[in-house]
Design a protein around this ligand. Structure first.
Ligand code: GLP
Length: 261
């Protein structure tokens, strides 16, 4: 796992954007995996800037979302599809029709989840998956106890996750749905490159679990340790509990030229 520790949280977005830009330069029709939450906002903003500057085009790219709430009306501003439209589609030139997400309103959820897995497969799989991490170490909405081999499915949300996300729902936990549909850990692990972003003290425990903790269903982000190409881009605060932080810094700063993006 490559751990990139940034001296300022504002550096996370541009560094992550370099990975996306590098992929698109060799594969303009790449398949991206996009995440919601506050962690990828700096990345999406930076991608928007690069598109506006003519340095990057996502016009031929496609994207698949990680997860979606169940039970929010189609026009709800906090539906993840709406979030991705607002923060990723609008600032870049990716066509809205090239962005896909799990159907949180499907009548036959099992069939819809299987169809979503099939759509990712048919697109050739995900080249680069952007991830955030929950305070309990979850990736997408794979809460503690999720099988590390899980696929896209319906999940119940933990009280802590609903509390964390209440800030997007007028600070009212009662408005936060109890259920979601999420890519499984097994689905996520099939992406060719995983790029996880996190900042702040509140994420330090989760990052410790992701990078140095035992691989465990209790912290589904720790499954990144099983992936051959995972990059974790964090700030000093999120890195504050890492035992080997100085080694990760050294390894990143002394990365051979041919591995740099
Ligand atoms: C939600 C999303 C996750 C995201 C997490 C962290 O639970 N389903 O994909 O990683 O929030 O969000 P934030 O980046 O706002 O801390």
């Amino acid at each position: 796992m490559e751990v990139v520790i940034c001296s300022h949280p504002d550096h996370i977005g541009p560094i992550a954007a370099d990975y996306v830009e590098s992929l698109i330069s060799t594969k303009p029709a790449a398949v991206l995996g996009v995440a919601t939450g506050s962690s990828p906002l700096g990345l999406y903003e930076e991608l928007g800037k690069r598109v506006a500057a003519g340095k990057l085009s996502l016009s031929r790219a496609r994207a698949f979302m990680l997860d979606e709430y169940v039970g929010l009306p189609a026009d709800h501003p906090e539906r993840y599809r709406t979030f991705i439209e607002r923060h990723f589609v609008e600032p870049t030139d990716i066509p809205s029709t090239s962005v896909f997400g799990p159907d949180g309103a499907a009548e036959d959820m099992e069939a819809a989840c299987a169809a979503y897995e099939e759509a990712i497969h048919k697109a050739g799989g995900i080249d680069l998956q952007i991830l955030g991490v929950g305070t309990d170490g979850h990736i997408a909405f794979n809460e503690p106890g999720s099988s590390l081999a899980s696929r896209t499915r319906l999940k119940s949300l933990m009280e802590q996750t609903r509390k964390d996300n209440a800030r997007f729902f007028d600070d009212d936990i009662d408005q936060v749905p109890h259920h979601c549909v999420t890519q499984g850990v097994g689905t996520i692990l099939e992406a060719r490159h995983l790029v996880l972003l996190a900042s702040g003290k509140g994420k330090a425990e989760a990052i410790k679990g992701v990078v140095e903790g035992p691989v465990s269903a209790v912290c589904t982000g720790s499954a990144l340790q099983l992936h051959p190409t995972a990059t974790v881009i964090i700030d000093e605060e999120a890195a504050s509990l890492l035992t080997y932080a100085s080694y990760y810094r050294f390894a990143y700063e002394n990365k051979p030229e041919w591995q740099r993006v």
